[in-house]
Design a protein around this ligand. Sequence first.
Ligand code: FAD
Length: 553
Amino acid sequence: MVEHMKWWGWGRESVSFSHSDKPDLAPFVRTNIGLDITRPPAQPPAFADLTIPAPTLPEPLRAALVAAVGAEHVHTDAHMRVVHAYGKSLRDLVRIRNADLGRLPDAVVYPDGEQAARAVLAAALDADAVVIPFGGGSNISGSLEAPRAETRPVISVDLGRLDRVLEIDADARLARIQAGALGPHLEEQLNAQGWTLGHFPDSFSHSTLGGWIATRSSGMQSDKYGDIAEITRAVRVVTPAGVLATRPVPSQSTGPSVREMILGSEGRLGIITEATVQVHRVPEQRVILGYFFPTWDDALVAMREIAESEASPTVTRVSDANETRFSFATRKKGSLASGLVSAGLKQYLRRVRNYDLDAMCLSFIGFEGTPTHVKAQRKLVGEIVGRHGGICVGTGPGQLYDQKKFDTPYIRDFLLGQGAVADVSETSASWSQLGPLYRGVVARANKAFAEIGVDGWIMCHLSHSYHSGACLYFTFAYASPVTLEAIEGYDTVKSAIQQGFLDLAGTLSHHHAVGVEHAPWLDDDISPAGVTLLSALFDGIDPGHNLNPGKII
Ligand code: FAD
């Protein structure tokens, strides 16, 4: 049976975040948002205490679903329905902690291939039911929830049984992979044959190929491997008009790209069952180095020059001063990183390099390939970093970051338990706009914190560099009772940041999709005519609005 995340939060039941091995964290949080995280945490509600309405599944529809996938793969039990009802946005998590479950799906079905997915869709359309494809359930844009007022039966189609790498074309370096494969399972199968997809979002452990495609995901090594939009070379999608299949050719001139229309479609055009993706040989060497820059502005210019240069790092990431301080506060006692800001290094940075330690920024830059290639890349990047006052602090911090990156998502549930809300907003903009956008967004967030009367914290990192610009990823947090009212305060802050993106030449999201969370800004981002075009596309393929209605538009 397919493993799911815990129904009330991120990841596995057996894993959680703790402050006890991070001595600097509690004082840091107390100073910056006035919260004592050493208190015993509030627990999420017990599953048994939830009120779960009975499913509405007309008998002919149930029978047709059973015929499509087999009785053991049609589930109507409470736990399955709750797990498939939402993603992991802050709004979702606050609602769950307050037992506000919204419109649950009436049934969860598991097709085992394209044929079964076609039969499920046909049955749902015959019964005028709603179909919501489900990958890992990790989205944070409200991309999975059925509209609260939905009166038609709602079917969650979980792709978890479609989890195999089907074929690898070694000459073209293309792999055909089923859409329900979770990150680790997919990489395991590829690695066993010496290949990698190179797509590693922070949600890697609990998200799927189909979900990545349907949300236009981006992974931390996108600088080398590309975003999922570039990695995905062809798709197979079960739609109301039949099976949509594109060809895995390197480039084509066949009118507007149908492949691109599927990318980011959030289940509104059909069920993605399979994709052909670009894969690469597992690199001989992989190194992530830590660097310090004296200021954020120096770091931004260095990142731009690296993007312009002949260097081709896999990762270019730099944290602003606040995020750098947060990183130091989360280091474990006795860890590799505890030596990172040793007294000696601090003294050197201050006295010899004239660093203001409160302004300095931590960066990670990754290199992959043959040892000769890695060496040459490191040299090129090192020269650029040096020109902007930066210094390399070796592989220790990079190794630590690499090891703990998939555990970091557990911190949000920990903070909710302690009485704080935390969330993220990310955008992309051109190099010329990044500085003003950063400053403007931080100012707007601070104004929003004042408006709702909290001591708020906002920090940012740059990741995913391109020729013309980069992604800025903001994280914000403040102490708040975790009640449904907390969502109003959250909306004030989140909206201020999102509006800032649009006003300051950014996009509503670089890789978290639209869902319902970002839909209010779509007009501003792609223009009203763009929204008309998308509406026509959705209405054309799905006139009954049976496919994940209410998302994107
Ligand atoms: P789901 O959440 O199950 O679904 C998302 C949407 O895609 C829904 O609309 C669903 O209907 C649709 N969908 C899913 N599968 C299919 C299919 N087979 N056919 C058609 N439609 C489908 N995102 C990033 O890009 N990079 C990150 O680094 C990143 N880090 C994250 C860290 C955390 C802690 C969290 C909570 C989220 C993060 N995300 C990140 C967001 C999320 O992981 C992505 O949006 C991911 O691509 C969703 O994949 P999923 O399989 O979980 O999809």
